[in-house]
Design a binder for this molecule. Sequence first.
Ligand SMILES: [Zn+2]
Length: 450
Amino acid sequence: MQVYQARWVVPVTTPPLRDGAVAVQDGRFAYVGVASRAPRGDIHDLGDVLLMPGLVNVHTHLELTAMRGFLEELPFFEWIVRLQRAKTTVLTPQSMLDSAKLGLAEGLLAGITTYADTCDSGVALDAMREMGVRGIMYQEVFGPDPASCDEAIASLRPRLSAHLDRRSALVRVGVSPHAPYTVSDRLFEAVTRLAAEMDLPMAVHIAESEDEDRYVRDASGPFAEGHRSRGLTIVPRAETPVALLARLGVLERRPLLIHCVRTREADFRAIARARCAIAHCPASNAKLGHGIAPLNEWLEHGITVGLGSDSMASNNRMHVLEEARLALLAHRARHPGRPALPTSRALELATIGGAQCLGMEDEIGSLEVGKAADFAAFSLGDLAAVPDADPIATAVFALGGARASTVAVAGLLRVIDGQLRDADNALADRVRATGEALRASAVSPNHVKG
Ligand SMILES: [Zn+2]
């Protein structure tokens, strides 16, 4: 039995414990409580740290880590067109695997133990396995032309079967029809049927931007014009993107709904009725200029919400506590004078809320006896003010961006003394070289012809 002592233990589902400890046996918590009553075992005094459940990142694109800083200051349509083109013309399966592993290394050092990754290349599955984290890789599928639907499904099916052969105790497989502007009605319906047949969880980018709204509601805007220029017939599809998913029967499969920035009352009711969860990505939404999502309304409707960092191309970093801080600050700034969203609620979004989004709440998301021993400890030594008064406020408001000192997944230590275990030192160099290749390529916004 391994016993980890900490100045603060924050279980999330029960009150914080001063001078606490967790004991781990066979990958699970055998004790969560005050250190003085902990069972005997190998004692590791982590010292002046705050120990909490491993953070859950409900939306990443790990394969795109090399794109950090690559596509800045572009309108959304151009941003996504260049991003897609870069994936096919510059990135290779090996460079995307490296990207994904580097993204996970950064995530582990930020205390993130569980990842919900939407992945085009399929490399995230191996990356998660190699890095020893927990997660779901949702295989992405694209196809705005209904005529290409059968072909897309024909290649998707064996890919998913191959992924399923490689799943593990920690890593699961799902499927993600990308978004309304890249997926036809026919393909949405076909993927939904396939997900039911293969019993796979789904995720979908939805209601992210004004461009998407216009595309779905009026068949207008840059996405519609782009598709028409390729000879596709684009017609209005639904009042809102969420209404589109409802009409096509996608919501009945309870997909994880990524973004939902542009949702309103009828959407809230549809999402709540279908018992779908939302991956809230406040930094990405703000950075790309999509707006502030109606978090308050979602929570009032009883919708399950978790926090996602989104890709490095749309956030530039990965830290779920920072997302929690931003979600809470934006929420309070948006609703002046109304009762504030409690800080504890923001910490829940980063942990147990994320676990609920992925159907993993019985396994992870809080420090509880019997649950998997996924935890992260952050040093409090750097914080000038002694943060004893409210450790939850410290976690949400002061630890965003901080490096975790100790991180475990299923009881196995992945970060020790702030260092990644089994770090591949050449990995960052290889990803940096990919970044340089992106910048030098014709896809780069800074590329000069000649
Ligand atoms: Zn995304």
